[in-house]
Design a binder for this molecule. Sequence first.
Ligand SMILES: Nc1ncnc2c1ncn2[C@@H]1O[C@H](COP(=O)(O)OP(=O)(O)O)[C@@H](O)[C@H]1O
Ligand SMILES: [Mg+2]
Length: 575
Amino acid sequence: MKQSSVKRKFESFGFCSSNPYDPRAQKELVLHISNQVQKGNDFTIKMYSWMKISILKQKIHKTTKLDEADFRILYKNQELSQNNEDLEDYGIKNHVTLKLMARKQGQQLYFINSIHNILEESKKTQEQFQNAKWAVEGAFMKGITPKLTDFGTQGTYILEDLNHKPVAIFKPYDEEAFAPNNPRGMRAKMNSPGLRQGILSGEGVDREVAAYLIDQLSGHYHNVPITDYVQICHPAFHEAEEYKQFQYEKIPIKEGSFQLYIKHDDNVGNFGSGLYPSIEAKKIAILDIRILNCDRNEENILVRKKKINQSVGQTRQNYDYFLIPIDHGYTFPDSFKICRDEVVWYHWGQMAQAFTQDEKSFIEKIDPIKDAEILREKVKLREICLRNARISTTLLKLGAQADLTIHDISEILYREDPDELSPIEIAISKAEYNYDNNIRVPKGYSNFKEKIFSNNLIQKSLEFDSSTLQNQERPKLGQTLIKLEVIRDEDENQSSNKDMLIKDTKKPQTSDKKLARVGSQQEIKKCTKPIEKVWNEDFFSHVTYFLQQIIEGKIQEKSQSPRKYRARYISEEVK
Ligand SMILES: Nc1ncnc2c1ncn2[C@@H]1O[C@H](COP(=O)(O)OP(=O)(O)O)[C@@H](O)[C@H]1O
Ligand SMILES: [Mg+2]
C-alpha cells in the first residue's frame, strides 16, 4: 500500500501512532480469530500493527455482534485489555492467531488471596498488606495488568493500582530461573540447580518471605519491605508452551511472594557509598550475614533520600540517605561457597568501623535458635539451609562480642578466591569430622577467652587434614558445562536416580563425601532435592568451638598488623 493511502487510512481513525510510516507498520496484518465463544465460527480481521486495540474490538463486535463487555481477546498468554494501546505494544507485528473468549459477567475473574499468612498481628502491617492487595485487584478489574520487569532472569512482576502507581512486586515460584515457566527462556524442572550455588529453582519465593520474617522478628531493624505469600489469578503471567492451559476456566493461579513496593530515588550503585550513614550500611550487612545472602548486588539495595532542613545562609541542599534491602531469593543457601564479591558492601569503608554500642546490643539479642525454629514453622526451607544461617549468625554474634568489625567477620565468612575454602568452611568441615567421629566437645568451649587446647581429642581433630577438602572446586573458566556436586553417602544410597550421576572416579574422595559430576543440562534438570539431615546441639558446639579459634586468630592478626585493619576514609557526610 502506498504511503499516502496508509496515511489517509491512519488519519481517518484520528490516531496518533508513534510511526505509521515505518515500512513494517505499513504491512497489512491478517489476524486469525479463534472464536471460543461461538464455536465453529472462526474468522479473520485485517489490521495494521499501529492500530489501537479499541479498533480491533469494534471490528470483532461488527463481525460477531458480541457486546464488547462480553468477550476478551488473548494473544499468547496476555489479554489485549488496554484500548488505547497499539497492536504492536502487545508484540503483534505479523499474521497471528488471537483467541476470543467469553467474559463471565458478575464473577470475579482475577483475584489475589493471602496464603499461609506470616505477618505479625499488628493492625498496621495487616492493613498495609490488605490495602495493597485490594489496590492491585481493583486495577486488575479495570484492565491494568501485571508488568514483567524489563531486565532480570526470572518472572518479576510490578503490580500497579488504578492510577498506574506501582504497589507491589510479585514473583511466582514457577517462573524463577530454571523453573518450568521461566519467561526468559531459562526453563527446567522445579528444584533444578539455580543460578546461585546451593539454592534450587522454586526455592526463591520462600526465601523472599524468610528474609522478611527474620526482619520482622528483629522489630524491622533491617527495613525489608513487607513480604508475604499470595496466590494470584491473572492471565498476564507466563506459561511456557507445554504448560499452556488457556481455556477460559483455566487461567493459572500462581503462588508466589508479594512484596510492597517502596518509593525510592535510585539504587546504591548510583551514589558514592561514602554517603550512606554507617548504621544504614551496617543494617544491610548484618542482615546479609544472618540470611547468608549470595546476591547483594547494587540493584538490590534501594536508596531513599530525604531533604535535611537547611540552616540560614546554607546554599547546598543536604540529604539523609536510607537504604532498603530487596530481592532475597538467593539467600539461605545449602553451602557456604559465597565469594566476597557477592556482597556489594564488602569494600565499603563503613564495614571497617567498629560496632557501636547500640549495634552490639542489637546483635547480642539475636537468637539464631529461635530464628530457625520460627522459620521452620512458617517457611519451607531445607534443614541444611537453616543450619547454615544459624552458623553464620553465630559467627556474627561471636565476632561482635570480640570487637571484630563486619569487614573482619566477612573475611571469615566469604571466600576470597572462588576456588579456595573460606575459614568458616574449614571450621564446619572440622566440626563435621568431630561430630561424625563422636569426638566430645571440650568442657567450657563457650568461654571465649579460655584456652582449651589441653583436651587431647580436640587437639587431634585440629590435626585433621583439611587439604582433602580442597576437592570441592568450581569448574574452571572455559570448561564445558559440567556441574560438580557434593553428595552425601546416604543421599546416594537412597537415590533411585543413580544413573543421573556419573561418578567421578578420578577425584580423591573424603571420608563421608563423594564428588559427582552432573553432565548435560538434561541431567541437571533431573536432580532431586538432597535428603534432609538434622544436626544436634553437639554439632553446633563443635562449630562454635572452631569459630572461636578463628576469631582468636583474627584478633592476634589485627594486633600484629593494625594498619591493615584501620577504617578507610569515609566521606564527612557519614554519621
Ligand atoms: N519492594 C520493592 N520496592 C521498589 N522497587 C522494587 C522492589 N522490589 C523490586 N523492585 C524493583 O524491581 C527490580 C527487580 O526486582 P528484584 O527483586 O531485584 O528482582 P530480580 O530477581 O528480577 O532482580 C529491582 O531492581 C527494583 O528496581
Ligand atoms: Mg534484583
